[in-house]
Write a protein that binds this ligand. Sequence first.
Ligand code: HEM
Length: 440
Amino acid sequence: MHHTPDTAPGCPAHPAAAAPPAPALFTWEFGADPYPAYAWLREHAPVHRTELPSGVEAWLVTRYADARQALADARLSKNPVHHSEGAHGKGKVGIPGERSANLMTHLLNIDPPDHTRLRRLVSKAFTPRRVAAFAPRVQELTDALIDGFAARGEADLIHEFAFPLPIYAICDLLGVPREDQDDFRDWAGMMLRHTKPGGTGGGPRGGVAKAVKKIRGYLAELIHRKRAVLPPEPAPDEDLISGLIRASDHGEHLTENEVAAMAFILLFAGFETTVNLIGNGTYALLRTPDQRELLQKSLAAGDREVLTTGIEELLRYDGPVELATWRFATEELTLGGERIAVGDPVLVVLAAADRDPARFDAPDTLDLRRTDNPHLGYGHGIHYCLGAPLARLEGRTALATLLTRLPDIRLAADPEELRWRGGLIMRGLRALPVEFTPAP
Ligand code: HEM
């Protein structure tokens, strides 16, 4: 395996005093629990060059201070044209199929001034008010999904709950008609297919690329249909795609490609992330009885405070985005004492930064009441998660409703048996079997 740091500090003459050996990265074992390996990297190789399973070489940044600096560093571009190896052309960097589907001009692939212009436009259509007005619909969706399995006394929380909730929510926000939403559910399911460690392998990337192509075709047609019937003045509850078509910046409208890429990235960035917030979050709670009890008691007392700080803690403790998306050095720079050359890819390991003992007290402890918690789970800087208010709304509604309606919910599998998806960027379970007293 050439994915391991090649120099382990420690004196070979005194093996008892030596540091533990360098960990293997991107294996199945690593996928099940990457935190010990990240602790090793933070301590011994905080900015570490490694070869990913795809063959691409990249720097992994694991300390909180370095991570925060890198996320906000304008010398690190999001545009894959800056990658020295031009690996995007070979489909090894970024979202599979996005180039061939003509979806490259989205927020996570561009820098200012284009990023500033597009982000301002979408912020107009994606306002906190629109999200707040959406709360009753999220509650309704959540209850309907729980109704689907409550009487059975057991369920797979990923497939029956965490997976459909964000799909229907985003479809509603975008303005995808209800009768088309199950197609979206199928395409999203294709994206979630089995992946190998490190997010490689022709099968899964091929599957994702196919789903991306289908979504692109559908969006083109939907945008065309909506443009044809767009009223001169917006209705108060205008959907997001119509809002994007209408939105203009100093009179400059988005191109059809930009509208499609924006709708696509909202779906892509807002879907698997939320699945994993609900999945990883529930899993962490079910494995930490005192914290779960604390939350249940506070909810029963009508207090939402533990829920509010708790969601942030679950994002820090085992968040959905393990590594931030790709960045490429546009000039030579020094990070954590390492020299990063022009064109080098940099991957900020959010999951490692958020367990850095230099920033967080008792970082490996789940503490739902933690208030000093500036975690990087939503990123940092100009690419900070646009959908954070929606994610928080969905996460809070899902967890609070689940723990209230199914109060004795518990794991129905040995944690050792659970399998994690192998994607490079996201961290989440493939299935989460639970059982509970059947509820009406
Ligand atoms: C718990 C759920 C979520 C988490 C943990 C999450 C996390 C993140 C992170 C870490 C980034 C920055 C990536 C980087 O800098 O490399 C990001 C960006 C983004 N997120 Fe989220 N996200 C979540 C939910 C959502 C939702 C629900 C939406 C929208 C419907 C969304 C839309 C976006 C968009 C559009 C960007 C790109 C912003 C930009 O480049 O300016 N996210 N998210």
